[in-house]
Design a protein around this ligand. Structure first.
Ligand SMILES: [Zn+2]
Length: 357
């Protein structure tokens, strides 16, 4: 075994560590030992502060398995150890990142050219996709859900503990879903942003959240990378919500820079502003009505089903036949409210829709 360590593992350690430092910055711990454990260890590797456990099974058949596993465990120094999940149902924050970074570290450690690195990572993605697909098809749906507590994720019980779902379910131990769904999400974001921007973001991220327990929500700024269509989809999903508080809308605007997006995005943003009476956003509605071709959007919506928000916009249009001849907003909203109360309390809505279609 010593010979394998000397030939395979020892040259890999400085290469993999240097690659990780180049991508994420200084190692979060002052010392790192690597301990080889017997091949009947419960996994190929495990990370703890200052120490990585590597299974003896990684030391045969060339350096690939040893290198990738070493990179995975090194990545846990940042994601899983220096930064942890506040709720164990957020396990993907450790494993998704470690799985995604494993490829990047390993490509850098081997000093692959960009094209070759991409080809190898694509092949790895294909293998992982097959594994995830098999798991999704052959396991209980309940085991595949990453955030079962949804909006209660991160809430602790009176005893100070958070829930560990499937903690006693032996099947969960063999699931890859927390690794792979997280990995595919991060791969997608890195692809959208470009490697350089993605890693620049991660370096800031690991510096900002060092030593903290986090939830998925803190990753929202990554969504700067969302395309216009993705933002439209996001806002349309939010339009389905019955209530959204002003704070949420304020965060949404600041995070996605909605005022600087194209007219399709700003249009949905204006719908949200109107629906939730977000006063600070009225200025955006005013700008949209003055400067954008509202009637074009209304024409497009007329092909949609009679959904409430579409009706809302038709009413909007009906009430201001000429948007460019703009009314005082305060007057508009107070009278629109009265108008809506009238039409929504009767079947008059349908008549208006029919005439506008
Ligand atoms: Zn891991």
């Amino acid at each position: 075994m010593w010979k394998s360590c000397e030939e395979i593992l020892l040259p890999l350690i400085p290469q993999c560590l240097s690659a990780s430092y180049a991508l994420l910055g200084t190692h979060p711990f002052s010392r790192l030992d690597v301990l080889i454990v017997p091949s009947n260890f419960s996994s190929l590797g495990m990370a703890s502060p200052h120490i990585i456990f590597l299974s003896q099974s990684t030391l045969s058949g060339g350096s690939h398995l040893c290198g990738t596993r070493l990179c995975h465990e090194i990545a846990h120094s940042w994601f899983g150890l220096a930064i942890g999940a506040r709720d164990w149902t957020e396990e993907w924050l450790s494993e998704g990142f470690a799985t995604h970074l494993e490829d990047a570290f390993w490509s850098a450690a081997q000093q692959l050219l960009a094209d070759e690195a991409r080809e190898r990572q694509d092949l790895k993605a294909l293998l992982r996709w097959q594994r995830l697909r098999d798991e999704v098809q052959n396991s209980e749906e309940d085991l595949q859900v990453l955030r079962p507590n949804k909006e209660n994720t991160g809430k602790v019980t009176e005893s100070g503990a958070s829930v560990v779902k499937h903690g006693l379910n032996a099947e969960k131990t063999f699931m890859q879903v927390h690794y792979l769904k997280g990995y595919f999400l991060l791969r997608f974001l890195a692809g959208k942003a470009g490697e350089a921007e993605y890693f620049a973001f991660l370096r800031k991220f690991v510096w900002r959240f060092h030593g903290q327990l986090i939830l998925s929500q803190v990753l929202v700024p990554i969504s700067y990378f969302l395309s216009s269509d993705q933002l439209v989809l996001l806002l349309e999903c939010l339009l389905e919500k019955k209530t959204l508080c002003s704070k949420t809308l304020e965060c949404l605007q600041k995070t996605y820079h909605l005022r600087e997006q194209d007219a399709e995005v700003r249009h949905r943003w204006c719908e949200l502003v109107i629906k939730h009476k977000y006063v600070a956003g009225y200025v955006d509605v005013e700008k949209f009505l003055k400067e954008d071709q509202v009637s074009i959007y209304l024409l497009k919506f007329s092909t949609y089903p009679q959904h409430f928000r579409m009706r809302f916009l038709h009413l909007f249009h009906y009430y201001i036949p000429e948007p460019r001849a703009f009314l005082s907003l305060s007057r508009f909203f107070s009278s629109l409210k009265q108008f809506l109360q009238f039409v929504l309390s009767s079947n008059y809505c349908h008549g208006i829709l029919t005439s506008l279609h």
